[in-house]
Design a protein around this ligand. Structure first.
Ligand code: BDR
Ligand code: CA
Length: 311
C-alpha cells in the first residue's frame, strides 16, 4: 500500500510532536510549515527542527507568521507545553535548517508541484493557511484532503473564552478564512480529543518499551501531564495525535457528522467559538466532517509504532 503523502502545518508543542512522530512512522512528509501558537514562533520553529534531527530526516521546515492575522493573541499555551513548548527539557540547538521560503508560500508551491497529492494536516492556529488562501484562493482545489485539529463543537473549549478551543481561539479570523474557503474538511475537535485519551498506566508502558522516540516524548510530555493531573484531565490527552490518526487513515473514524461550522469573531464571551449548525437550519453547505469517534485500538497502534514500541 502506498504511504499517505502529508504536508503538516503545526505549532510544536508536545502533542504536535507526537503527531509528527506518527507521520514519520506511517507517511511521507513533504514539509513542516510552522505557526505561532502554543509558544512563540522562535520556539515552534526550533522545536520542529529538533524533531527533524530526532528522526534523522531532511524534511524542509518553513517558518510562518509570528502573529495572528488581525488581533494580538490573548493567551498562549506555555502553561501546558512549557515555556519553550517542549516541556523545558533544554535541548541543544538543532542542526536541521530553516528554509528561506515562508510557510504560506511553501504551502502554495508544494501543492502546485504536486496537485491533488498532498493531505494537508493543520495542527495549530490556521494563520499560515489563511494567508496562503488569501494569496491564492485556488489552494483547496490542489489539496487531496484537509484535516484540522480545532474547535469545540458543543462549546466545551479549553481557553479563557470558555467555548473556544485553543487553535481556533488563538487566531479566529484565520480559522474563519479557512472554514469559509475549503468546501470539505475533517474537523477533529477538543471534545473528541478528551473522549480518546489514553490510560496513563498503559501509556507509561509504551514509553518504557519504546525506543529513543519514546524516551524523547516521555521527557517533553512531563510538564503537560502534571498540568493535566492538576486540572482534572484524566489520561494522556493528545489532540494533534488524534487528528494525525484521522489524516493517516480516514477509515479509523467510526462516527462522524457533516455539518456547517462557522467561527465566532466577536462575542463578549465567545470569540473563537466554533458554531455548528447541528439542525441544518441555515441552509449553508455542510463543509465540516466532524469526527466524533475513532477506533481507539487502531489509534493506539499508530501511536505505539511512532514511539518504537515492538509489536
Ligand atoms: C490544540 O491546542 C494546542 O495546545 C495543542 O497543540 C492542540 O493543537 C488543542 O486545543
Ligand atoms: Ca498544536
Amino acid at each position: 500500500m502506498t504511504k499517505p503523502q502529508l504536508l503538516i502545518d503545526t505549532d510544536p508543542g508536545v502533542d504536535d510532536a507526537l503527531a509528527i512522530l506518527m507521520a514519520y512512522a506511517h507517511a511521507d512528509l513533504a514539509g513542516l510549515s510552522i505557526a505561532a501558537g502554543n509558544v512563540g514562533l522562535g520556539h515552534t520553529v526550533r522545536n520542529a527542527r529538533t524533531l527533524v534531527d530526532l528522526v534523522g530526516m531532511t524534511t524542509p521546515v518553513f517558518a510562518g507568521c509570528a502573529m495572528p492575522l488581525v488581533r494580538a493573541p490573548e493567551e498562549d499555551a506555555a502553561f501546558v507545553h512549557g515555556q519553550d513548548g517542549f516541556g523545558d527539557v533544554g535541548f541543544a540547538e538543532p542542526a536541521a535548517a530553516v528554509s528561506a521560503e515562508s510557510a504560506a508560500l511553501a504551502l502554495l508551491r508544494l501543492t502546485r508541484e504536486r496537485p491533488g497529492e498532498l493531505t494537508l494536516v493543520a495542527l495549530g492556529p490556521l494563520t499560515n493557511l489563511a494567508l496562503a488562501l488569501r494569496l491564492d484562493p485556488s489552494l483547496p482545489e490542489r489539496v487531496a484532503r484537509l484535516v484540522v485539529m480545532g474547535g469545540a463543537v458543543t462549546g466545551h473549549g479549553n481557553t479563557g473564552k470558555v467555548p473556544a478551543e485553543f487553535n481556533i481561539g488563538f487566531d479566529p479570523e484565520a480559522a474563519h478564512v479557512v472554514f469559509e474557503a475549503f468546501p470539505a474538511f475533517d474537523l477533529v475537535d477538543w471534545e473528541a480529543t478528551l473522549r480518546h485519551a489514553f490510560d496513563d498506566a498503559e501509556f507509561d508502558g509504551w514509553l518504557a518499551a519504546g525506543d529513543h522516540r519514546a524516551d524523547f516524548f516521555g521527557r517533553i510530555v512531563a510538564t503537560a501531564r502534571c498540568y493535566n493531573a492538576l486540572h482534572e484531565r484524566t489520561g494522556l490527552v493528545a489532540a494533534d495525535a488524534l487528528a494525525m490518526a484521522v489524516a493517516l487513515d480516514p477509515s479509523i473514524v467510526t462516527r462522524s457528522e457533516k455539518r456547517a461550522v462557522a467561527v465566532e469573531l466577536d462575542g463578549r464571551l465567545t470569540r473563537g467559538a466554533t458554531v455548528v449548525d447541528w439542525a441544518a437550519r441555515l441552509g449553508r453547505p455542510a463543509q465540516a466532517n466532524i469526527v466524533l469517534e475513532v477506533d481507539q485500538a487502531r489509534f493506539a497502534a499508530m501511536v505505539k509504532r511512532a514511539l518504537g514500541v515492538p509489536d
